[in-house]
Write a protein of this length. Structure first.
Length: 132
C-alpha cells in the first residue's frame, strides 16, 4: 500500500471504531482501534495514535476494564503532553480522573480533575468545565 492509502485506511478504521462504539459493539470497536493504532504507529502519526489510545481508554472504562483504561489514558495523556496538546491532554486526564475514581484512587482523581479544570479555564475549553 502507498503511504497515503495506509493513512486513509487507518483513519477509516478509526471512524468505524467510533461508530461501533456508539452502536454498543465494543469488541469490534477495540479491534478496529488496534488495527488503526498499528497503522498510525507505522506511519509515525503520533497525534492519531494518541487519539486511538484515548478512545481505547473510553471504551475500556465503558466496559469496566479499569486497568486497561488506566494504561490507555496514561499513554494518551503522556503523548499529548509531549507534543504540547494541552486540551487533548486535559481530555485524557479527565478520563484518567474518572478511572482513578472507579479504582478508589481519590487523591489522584482529585489532582487530575484540578489540572483539567485549570487547563479548561486557561484555554477557555468550556466543554471540559462542569455545567452550571
Amino acid at each position: 500500500e502507498a503511504g497515503g492509502t495506509t493513512v486513509e485506511t487507518a483513519r477509516a478504521q478509526f471512524l468505524c471504531a467510533l461508530a461501533c462504539a456508539r452502536a454498543g459493539d465494543e469488541p469490534r470497536a477495540l479491534r478496529l482501534l488496534n488495527q488503526a493504532s498499528e497503522m498510525f504507529a507505522e506511519a509515525q502519526l503520533l497525534d492519531d495514535l494518541a487519539q486511538c489510545q484515548l478512545e481505547r481508554a473510553v471504551l475500556s472504562s465503558a466496559v469496566g476494564a479499569w486497568a486497561a483504561a488506566r494504561a490507555a489514558a496514561d499513554e494518551a495523556s503522556a503523548s499529548f503532553a509531549e507534543r504540547g496538546m494541552v486540551i487533548r491532554r486535559a481530555e485524557a486526564d479527565l478520563v484518567r480522573a474518572m478511572v482513578a475514581t472507579n479504582l478508589g484512587d481519590l487523591t489522584s482523581a482529585e489532582v487530575l480533575a484540578q489540572r483539567v479544570l485549570a487547563s479548561a479555564r486557561q484555554h477557555e475549553a468550556s466543554w471540559l468545565l462542569p455545567a452550571g
